[in-house]
Each structure stands twice: as structure tokens, then as C-alpha cells.
Design a protein around this ligand. Structure first.
Ligand code: NDP
Length: 434
């Protein structure tokens, strides 16, 4: 904390991982002898840069860009780019740190990284988004490449932004380089199934947790926060598995539709019209809209999938979910539960799937996109989806086994941290002190 003051989100992410590792260090003194924790908590490189751009009125604006290249022990740095006004060094470092273990869990050869900017895409024209994104990539392009660092999307960065970034990289490098970004459009090197991967993967993971206890999504009432990429495809897969999703949200408020959310309306509002979730009730007047995000957790449900942003479930919301009868939580977003909220779920023996395991499907399919780009092949949607399901099952199984091995039975927080950590730590030791 002395070395990284004011980085509360980064401290929170590190504490959650390192607390789980105490028994691993006790059983494997080599990790202490090699000072692995201190080496792991220090990013290999932190890049911070100026992003100047011109708005539609000719005014010159400046934002700050970041790329944290955290750990390359098992593969090139890999992790998304986030455009949101809250982005700062702490947020990018917490996300990059989490990414190390998540990427390791996927079983794919990818290291950990993350980037972003405090640019707010809301209300900006396509022209403004393009000019900002091109300026961002002009600097970022110096540090990335298919075997070095491969960014993707995250909050505020979807197909449009990836397209503009890819175009600018191509222009700077003087030619097409497929493997430099993932989440690309299908016309120019993207993978089928990448758009759906994080949301579908979230539900596949939770389905595994439920199956182990003789339960399933069928007939269950589900609440999903957010209405972006992860949320939309988590809702879609949950509905396909027979669940009734009754609520979703955006950063202004949430909708409650007791009859079950009409996903076509949400998709049209968010993916096509780029409108607010409150507009849902214009089409479905029987549904209710509430201002503010926190209230969504007061809606009774059996499965809760927080898929919006960090720290969206605090201790009060966690207690509310538990007293309303929740049986399973799957973290689609990164670090959506505070440490206190997580403690509530674990103490009350709620099935709890932590973000780095649950939402790893997105980056796993990004690694499959890299593989297809290298082979100059495209797999079908069914092939990609089958691989995704297999990967999510393996992550679940490996996390459960690690938890069992270290006497933390059924604790997937501990299990995912340990399973993700060991491979990276062993690779670091094998590569010497570098
Ligand atoms: P999107 O930008 O597509 O959607 C984000 C959604 O969350 C929007 O509905 C947004 O509302 C809402 N939201 C954002 N900030 C807040 C806030 N402070 N309070 C309440 N709601 C908020 O992002 P993604 O769906 O891609 O990402 C969502 C989460 O999933 C993030 O934590 C991300 O890191 C994580 N993730 C994403 C992956 C991916 O493949 N996309 C992979 C792994 C993790 P509004 O539109 O009003 O801003």
C-alpha cells in the first residue's frame, strides 16, 4: 500500500488473491524463497500516455491512455481496453492483475495485461469515437503486436472501437496484421462466438456449479445487472436453458419485468439504437423502471449474475440477496462483489463463482481467435462454442480440485486463485529472475 497509494481497487484485488495463497506458500517454500508474490504484484511495464483529439465542434480535448503489461510468464500480454470516465491507474492495475490468473485458468498460452482511457464514449458521435480511438492507437501501437501484447474490448469498447483501432494499427504498420487485436469483426479476422463468449461462458460455469448440487437453470428466476455485451449474452444463454430473467440495468437504473425480460427489445435498444434501459418500458408498459443501480439486488431471485462493473454488490446488497433466497452467484463482471459481500456469500454457503473463473470465457475465445488467425482458418460457431463449453468445465473442475487439495472444499474463490497462480509462478521460476 505504501508503494501504490490511492490504488484501492488494486489493493482489493491483490488482497483477495494473496489471502487464498497462504496455504500454498506454507506447502511450497520455493515460492517464498523465490519471492514470487512481490515479483508478481509488480507489473512488468506500465505505460501511461496522452491522447489528444478534436471534437465535432473543433475543440481540442485531451484524455489519458494506459496499458499495463503485467505478466508475460506464460504467453503474450492479453487483456481488454476499457473506455470509461472512471479509468485510472488503480482500475487498470486491478484488472491487469486479475487477468494474469484468469488467463492462466483458461489453459491457453496467454499472459496478463489490461488498458484503457478515461474517455467517456457516451453521447459521442461516430466521428468523435473514431478520432479519439485513432489517436489512442497511434501511441498504443508502439507497444503491442501478435506475439507481444494483444488487446481486446471491455466496457465502452465493442466492435466499432475495435474496428477503428484495427484500421489505425494497419495504417501505421503499413499492412494487415490479423493477430494484433481480438474481438475483431467477422469480415476481417474475427472469430464466430467471440461476441457471445463471456456471457455464454458465465452461464456455462454457473450451470456446472448448479449441476454439482443437483440443480440447474431450468425454471429459476434470474437477475442480471448491466445490459452490455456480457449481460446480453448471459441473459440469452440463461433463457435458452429455461431460466426466467426478470431484471437488468444500465448505469442510470434498472428494469423489473416479472413476465421475463424480452431480450430482443434489450438488444435493439442497446446494440442498435444505443438508448437507455428506461426506454424498455415504452415497449413493455407492464414492466417497471427504477432509477439507480443498487436496487436491482433487492429483487427476489435464485440466481444473480452481476455483469456490469466492479464493486456493484456491497455487503448490504449481498445480505438482501441471501435473505431473498439466492442460491447461486456468478460474477460475469470483474470484481463485482466487494470483499465484505464475498464474505457474506461464502459464510452463508451460497454457491459462489468468482469473476476470474466465471468470466474467463471471453478471453478464452480471444485466444481461440488468435489461434485461428495464426492458422489462417475460421472455425464454425458450433466448433468454437463446443471448445468454450469444454474450457469452462475444465476451469470449474480445476478450481474445485485445487480447493479440495488445499482443504477449502467448495470454495471456488480459493480454488480459482490457487489453480491460476501455480502455473504462472512455476513458469516464472523456470525462466529465472528476470
Ligand atoms: P459494456 O460496456 O458492453 O457494458 C457494461 C454495462 O454495465 C452497461 O450496461 C453499463 O451501463 C453498465 N455499467 C457500466 N458502469 C457501470 C456503473 N458504474 N454502474 C452501473 N452500471 C454500469 O461492457 P462489458 O459487458 O464488456 O463488460 C461488463 C463487465 O464484464 C466489466 O466488468 C468487464 O471488465 C467484464 N468483462 C468483459 C469481458 C468481455 O468480453 N466484454 C470479458 C471479461 C470480463 P451504461 O451503458 O449506462 O454505461
Amino acid at each position: 500500500q505504501k508503494r501504490n497509494p490511492y490504488e484501492s481497487e488494486f489493493h482489493q484485488a491483490v488482497k483477495e488473491v494473496f489471502d487464498s495463497l497462504i496455504p500454498v506458500l506454507a506447502r511450497n517454500p520455493i515460492y517464498i524463497e523465490q519471492n514470487i508474490l512481490e515479483r508478481m504484484v509488480e507489473p512488468e511495464r506500465v505505460i501511461s500516455f496522452k491522447v489528444p483529439w478534436v471534437d465535432d465542434h473543433g475543440a481540442v480535448k485531451v484524455n489519458r491512455g494506459f496499458r499495463v503489461q503485467f505478466n508475460s510468464a506464460i504467453g503474450p500480454y492479453k487483456g481488454g481496453i476499457r473506455f470509461h470516465p472512471s479509468v485510472n491507474a488503480s482500475i487498470v492495475k486491478f484488472l491487469g492483475f486479475e487477468q494474469i490468473f484468469k488467463n492462466s485458468l483458461t489453459g491457453q498460452p496467454i499472459g496478463g495485461g489490461k488498458g484503457g482511457s478515461d474517455f467517456d464514449p457516451k453521447g459521442k458521435s461516430d466521428g468523435e469515437i473514431m478520432r479519439f480511438t485513432q489517436s489512442f492507437m497511434s501511441e498504443l501501437s508502439k507497444y503491442i503486436g501478435p506475439d507481444v501484447d494483444v488487446p481486446a474490448g471491455d466496457i465502452g469498447v465493442g466492435a466499432r472501437e475495435i474496428g477503428f483501432m484495427f484500421g489505425q494499427y494497419k495504417k501505421i504498420r503499413g499492412g494487415y496484421v490479423a493477430g494484433v487485436l481480438t474481438g475483431k469483426g467477422l469480415q476481417y479476422g474475427g472469430s464466430l462466438g467471440r461476441t457471445e463468449a463471456t456471457g455464454y461462458g458465465t452461464v456455462y460455469f454457473v450451470e456446472e456449479m448448479l449441476k454439482d448440487k443437483g440443480l440447474s437453470f431450468k425454471g429459476r428466476t434470474v437477475v442480471v445487472s448491466g445490459s452490455g455485451n456480457v449481460s446480453i449474452y448471459a441473459i440469452e444463454k440463461a433463457q435458452q436453458l429455461g431460466a426466467k430473467v426478470v431484471a437488468c440495468s444500465d448505469s442510470s437504473g434498472y428494469i423489473y419485468d416479472k413476465q421475463g425480460i424480452n431480450l430482443e427489445t434489450v438488444k435493439h435498444l442497446k446494440e442498435v439504437e444505443k438508448k437507455r434501459i428506461r426506454d424498455y418500458v415504452n415497449k413493455h408498459p407492464h414492466a417497471q423502471y427504477f432509477e439507480g443501480c443498487q436496487g436491482i439486488w433487492s429483487i427476489p431471485c435464485e440466481i444473480a449474475l452481476p455483469c456490469a462493473t466492479q464493486n456493484e454488490i456491497d455487503e448490504i446488497s449481498a445480505n438482501m440477496l441471501v435473505s431473498n433466497g439466492v442460491v447461486a452467484i456468478g460474477e460475469g463482471a470483474n470484481m463485482p462483489s466487494t470483499l465484505d459481500a464475498m464474505r457474506v456469500f461464502l459464510d452463508r454457503k451460497i454457491l459462489f463463482g468468482p469473476a476470474k473463473a466465471v468470466n474467463a470465457g471471453g478471453v478464452a475465445v480471444s485466444a481461440l481467435e488468435m489461434a485461428q488467425n495464426s492458422m489462417r482458418l475460421s472455425w464454425t460457431f458450433e466448433e468454437v462454442d463446443a471448445k468454450l463449453q469444454e474450457i469452462m468445465k475444465n476451469i470449474y473442475r480445476n478450481s474445485m480440485n485445487a480447493a479440495l487439495e488445499y482443504e477449502a472444499v467448495d470454495n471456488l474463490v480459493v480454488g480459482a486463485n490457487i489453480a491460476g497462480f501455480k502455473k504462472v509462478a512455476d513458469a516464472m521460476i523456470a525462466q529465472g529472475v528476470v
